[in-house]
Design a binder for this molecule. Structure first.
Ligand code: NOJ
Length: 473
């Protein structure tokens, strides 16, 4: 738990803190009985330093598992082998006096990187996927997939000329040689082959966590052979909340997808600031409408559907190593990892124990039970959006057609056969003109509750309109 589960000590078991394999099987069966799919987070880049593979690897230079991790001699001056920086700050190399070499860790020193160039390690990790697929999981979210291969000769990374300390030390160099090596696609294809062997047509899904610019990101759909089904597209989290910029990105993304590549959009995650904190509560509704009306699989992060905003974590309660290692830069992830509030009971009904982080301050009002009872709440708005999306082929599988991006207005159509929907989003807090096409029309769904004047988009308004079919004209 040095990085809260991203440091795995046994890939084929459940940590006793969370139960047993039998509990897992019950969870999976219960999810399936409700028509839910269950994915696991597969962490292939690094294990825990408590994994027995690493204990063996560090025991001597000629241990058979030595090469399952990345060991290098010191540089001529005795320092780390190169200038690679951990994503959590500081050198990514840790000196191990027992055998007189450094090992590489892209994250904490408690998370040594595995050596995917070693065929035995690679086979052992593919076996891990098979273990869980055989147990019936529906797929994996694959942690930092673009990290798993590094340049074979470990050259220094180029310095980043745009670096400022406030960005976090990891950005002092560009991760040119430490990530995204061309040979990674062959490994991804092997993972995909395995997933496909459990049923054609994507019964088991692979979602890759990949933080790269568009041109590099889409390569994870596959180079030469199929890659992951969904390389996570995190750009809604980073993009400026500005109509023209978003429209340009959506178009570029749609255009960059390979043939048959299915898009996806991520609005929040356990690593990012909460959407309501980033954009404010009123725009969080507009963002929900954007997420659930764009073409592609949406990823909605737990807690965002009740609008949890900024949570101030008192200094003594901070737990995220990202914050503790580079304090005060606002890089910590604790604020987006606070417990879900289910109801008004103690700890929001999340636990009868002591929660690992405090709840948001307004949890007695902002919880699932309270919001379910309020027709205008965010959670009920999400339900309406999801219901509409399920019922509408235009939304779930239809084409995306850009319409306009003027001022704060972002507008697009979704079309399938005769169904045409126009989505208009006001990304700002000022009134904007409503496109003439829908003057006087009543939207199918709107982020605001009171009726508008039918000629303008009110501040923070998003609306979905049905358009007449243009077929047969
Ligand atoms: C990405 C995960 O999302 C993050 O939470 C974690 O700290 C790193 N990978 C390291 O596994």
């Amino acid at each position: 738990m040095a990085d809260f589960g991203y440091d795995v000590a046994d890939y084929c078991d459940i940590d006793p803190m969370f139960g047993t394999l039998a509990d897992f099987d019950r969870l999976l069966a219960a999810a399936h009985a409700r028509g839910l799919k269950l994915l696991l987070d597969f962490v292939p880049n690094h294990s825990s330093d408590r994994h027995r593979w690493f204990t063996e690897s560090r025991s001597s230079r000629d241990n058979p598992k030595r090469d399952w991790y990345i060991w290098r001699d010191a540089a001529a001056d005795g320092g780390p082998p190169n200038n690679w920086i951990s994503d959590f700050g500081g050198s990514a190399w840790e000196y191990d006096p027992a055998t007189g070499q450094y090992y590489y860790h892209a994250f904490l020193k408690e998370q040594p990187d595995l050596n995917w160039r070693n065929p035995d390690l690679r086979a052992a990790m593919i076996d891990v996927l098979q273990f869980w697929l055989d147990r019936g999981v529906d797929g994996f979210r694959i942690d930092v997939l673009w990290h798993i291969l590094k340049a074979a000769d470990f050259p220094d990374n180029p310095l980043n000329p745009a670096y400022r300390p406030a960005m976090g030390e990891m950005h002092s160099v560009m991760q040119l040689h430490s990530t995204d090596q061309p040979e990674v696609h062959e490994i991804v294809a092997e993972m995909r082959d395995l997933a496909d062997s459990y049923g054609r047509g994507g019964e088991r899904v692979l979602i890759g966590e990949i933080c790269l610019p568009l041109d590099k990101l889409v390569r994870y759909y596959g180079v030469g052979a199929p890659g992951v089904h969904l390389p996570f597209n995190f750009h809604l989290i980073d993009a400026p909340w500005q109509a023209r910029a978003l429209a340009t990105f959506i178009d570029a993304y749609e255009a960059a997808l390979p043939p048959g590549g299915w898009p996806n959009w991520v609005l929040g995650s356990h690593d990012a600031r909460r959407v309501a904190a980033r954009l404010g509560e009123a725009q969080a509704r507009v963002a929900a409408m954007l997420l659930l009306t764009l073409r592609g699989t949406p990823t909605l992060y737990q807690g965002d559907e009740i609008g949890i905003g900024e949570v101030a974590i008192p200094a003594g309660q901070l737990v995220d190593p990202r914050e503790l290692r580079e304090p005060g830069l606002g890089l910590g992830r604790d604020p987006s990892r606070t417990p879900m509030a289910w109801d008004r009971s103690d700890n929001g009904g999340f636990t009868t124990g002591v929660p690992w982080l405090p709840l948001h301050s307004d949890w007695r009002q902002r919880n699932v039970a309270a919001e379910q009872g309020d027709p205008q709440s965010l959670v009920n708005f999400y339900h309406r959006l999801l219901t509409m999306r399920r019922a509408s082929e235009a939304l779930s599988i239809g084409q995306y057609v850009a319409v306009e991006a003027v001022g704060d207005i972002l507008a697009y159509e979704r079309r399938h056969d005769d169904e045409r929907l126009l989505i208009i989003l006001n990304l700002g807090d000022r009134e904007q003109a409503l496109p003439a096409q829908v003057h006087g029309a009543t939207p199918l769904l709107c982020t605001l509750t009171a009726r508008g004047d039918g000629r303008s988009m009110r501040p923070n308004e998003g609306a979905i309109f049905a358009l007449p079919s243009d077929r047969g004209h």
